[in-house]
Write a protein that binds this ligand. Sequence first.
Ligand code: SF4
Length: 427
Amino acid sequence: MKSELSRNGTNHYENVACPFCGILCDDLDIGPSGDGLKVLKNGCSKSVAGFERPLSEPKPQVDGKDVSLDEAINAAARLIKESRLPIFGGLGTDVDGVRAAIALAEKGGGVVDHALSEAQYRNFRVLQNSGWVLTTLTEARNRADLFIVAGSEIHKLHPRFFERVVCNEASMFSDNPAKRTVVFLGEGLDQSAVSGKRIGEVVTIPAKADRIAEILDAMRAMNKGGKISGDTIAGLPRGVIEDLLARCKAASYGVIIWAPPSLSFANADLTVQAISEFVKEINLTSRFAGLSLGGNDGATSAGAVCSWQSGYPLRISFASGKPDYDPERYSATKLLAAKEADLLLWLSSFSNEIAPPETDATLIFLGAPGIKSPRTPKVYIPIGTPGVDHAGTMVRVDNVVSLPLRRLRESKLPSAANVLEKIEAAL
Ligand code: SF4
């Protein structure tokens, strides 16, 4: 494999970073196909859907009628100026796009929130309240001998995660790395990608997702020598949980993986907290870490940029002229449902997996062609996809690296940042 991103004389790009989920694989080969692109190597269902989306360049629209880009920008600026409280949401974009959205929110006096904030707050609350010990994709790939997947559909969210991080045959630190045990702690989780020479045992523990915290808390107690009464723990035979604890204690580098979007039940942040506290405590006697996945549709980039620009993660309001942080009050969904906000500017350049909440607020929709708006927006402005139609940067889900994205095809579609900066200038 060549060590750096390259393009040969036939428009064949190698070592391309993929923006279509949070793990940002950086080893794809992409080639031309008619007007569009074809994934030639190391793709997955999500990356094929994203890179191979047909190139189209629709016109901007106001009230469903084609207009010039300048007219659409001026209409959007006018609506934001007239709005009582605009929301800048979705934020399915790259670092530059989020930066521009925050600058626009600051000037327009609005609220900034990402489509996946509800899931991200299952993590943020724990990080803010009690902290955690997390590893990175690279550390896990090279060091772990035990993976526990906690109630999360990792394969659906990140189709190449197991291939790249768990089933990799080589390790940076050994020519003959030890086999790995993979424990699926949850009901009906897709195990189909866990195979190959590196995999030793695959263990299934069919725990209900909302009882995983109970299991982790019981293991914390047992690990400290506490007595747990009863034959079952969280509805599972006690021996199964004792066996899991024994595997954790024996591991030379254990990793518990979860993805916040999968933990969609009430108070799921308490599950993340139970995982984090177990990891901290088992670390006193063996090496262990958490690994949070998710971060699709630019969610990790949005959280990172918002933190470094404003001092707070997502859900901030600039209505008072300075950043005001309140993760409950400034949820875009709640503000729209309560009709406190009267305008939603929605930004989505990667997938149809995020969609604006149902609302009768005025809608300004900035979307890549092929990404559907649920209703005809007041203003529609087509934008390019970072890493396909224009260059950019995104933050990987483990928050330790930002990856450069390349422009791979000739496209007249403007970037989200470009459109947002023009709207800001027209305000
Ligand atoms: S797993 Fe994610 S980052 Fe990797 S190729 Fe698939 S969509 Fe892209």
